[in-house]
Design a protein around this ligand. Structure first.
Ligand code: MRU
Length: 375
């Protein structure tokens, strides 16, 4: 990608042997790209939120693996055997997935690279160079695949939101007012976005009346990143504080809610940024259709239901401090889960790049959907 014009919204820049991440901690005020020289740096930068958003984390992990092999292991020349190569790759992938626990995309990327490693190392003429080459090529496909998935999801999602709003007599002259949460756009993915991609797709069709984005406390992904993306693209948009969302729905100004996901399990229960569960409950109360937009890399059919999802806890300082300055009274305890789970029962539809996850008797069929797709 180096050499092409870099958009202000490009989270990841990659060319063989070099990975750079837009430091999202500094947005919307500064555009600074940090080098990711190895997987150790990638681990720290993922944990420290230089890059965030489930698909972007998955792509970053895969590309960090590619950089590690190409730049630091001589594309395989530094390994003395195929066994040593395989051991290194698998141990490195195990390490990478420990950076953040809730989003499944990084684990999914690691599993895909493990499978490539296994098949390349089983080839009759396998060498360290051939195994590393296969892994590097597979990792390099992640960015383009993610953008393609997001564009497809945008189209399916726009259709789904329009149909749901029409069925409920919602909308303004056929155009929709859509509420979203956290940041699920270009910055959270390889480009275009998941839930924000659906909003972009509606806008491209001339069918977006208005976008509402929540502030997304405590880390402010909505105010800092989604508002930035909406303003950058010139979409009609309004920022609200998280606690205003139910009141806004109550005024009748929201035709649909669409959010992203960090993990969608077998029954459709969906982990996403803290506050998503409240939005799903408020939407159900007001009869507003509530959608999830997530690529199939975010589906985790291995877990039966939401209570099995590991929820990441983040630092107390996200609540007690603002830009390094303490704002909470000394001595108070803090509970700061980064994600919560919207129950599948409150979700109108789960949009993927392969279409909508089917429902049977009101229950999402994530396992059979994945099986039918051969995933
Ligand atoms: O903590 P973050 O910023 O990584 O959380 C991001 C979210 O919760 C997003 O909604 C989710 O990853 C989907 S991104 C397309």
């Amino acid at each position: 990608m180096t050499g092409e014009a870099v958009s202000a919204l490009q989270a990841i820049i990659y060319s063989r042997g070099r990975l750079q991440l837009l430091d999202q901690r500094l947005l919307p005020f500064q555009t600074v790209y940090l080098d990711v020289p190895d997987v150790k740096a990638a681990w720290t930068q993922i944990r420290d939120m230089v890059v965030r958003g489930a698909p972007a984390i998955g792509c970053t992990g895969a590309l960090a693996m590619a950089v590690e092999l190409h730049a630091n292991k001589g594309a395989g020349k530094d390994f003395s055997s195929v066994e040593e190569t395989v051991q290194f790759i698998n141990a490195t992938l195990d390490y990478l997935v420990t950076s953040r626990p809730t989003a499944v995309n990084l684990a999914d990327a690691a599993n895909k690279l493990r499978a490539v490693t296994a098949s390349a190392s089983a080839a009759p003429a396998a060498t360290p160079l051939s195994v590393c080459g296969a892994v590097i090529e597979a990792a390099e496909a992640f960015l383009a695949d993610d953008i393609a998935a997001n564009k497809a999801m945008g189209a399916y999602g726009a259709d789904a939101l329009l149909a749901a709003a029409k069925a409920r007599g919602r909308g303004v002259g056929g155009r929709l007012r859509v509420l979203t949460h956290c940041n699920t756009g270009s910055l959270a993915t390889a480009g275009f976005g998941t839930a924000l991609g659906v909003i972009r797709a509606l806008h491209e069709r001339g069918l977006l009346e208005h976008a509402f984005c929540t502030e997304t406390r405590p880390y402010n992904q909505g105010a800092r990143l989604t508002a930035f993306e909406l303003a950058h693209d010139g979409l009609p948009a309004t920022l609200i504080c998280d606690s205003a969302a139910a009141a806004l729905m109550g005024t009748g100004q929201v035709d649909a809610v669409v959010v992203g996901a960090d993990r969608v399990v077998a029954n459709g229960d969906t982990a996403n940024k803290i506050g998503t569960q409240s939005l799903s409950i408020a939407a159900a109360h007001y009869g507003v259709p509530f959608f999830i937009a997530a690529p199939t890399t975010t589906l985790d059919p291995a877990l039966p239901s939401g209570e099995h999802i590991v929820i990441e806890q983040r630092t107390h300082e996200e609540l007690t401090h603002f830009r390094g300055q303490r704002v909470a009274a000394e001595g108070v305890g803090v509970w700061n889960p980064s994600f919560d789970v919207a129950p599948g029962a409150l979700i109108e539809g789960i949009i993927t790049e392969k279409g909508m996850v089917p429902k049977q008797d009101g229950a999402f069929q994530v396992r059979s959907f994945m099986a039918q797709l051969g995933l």
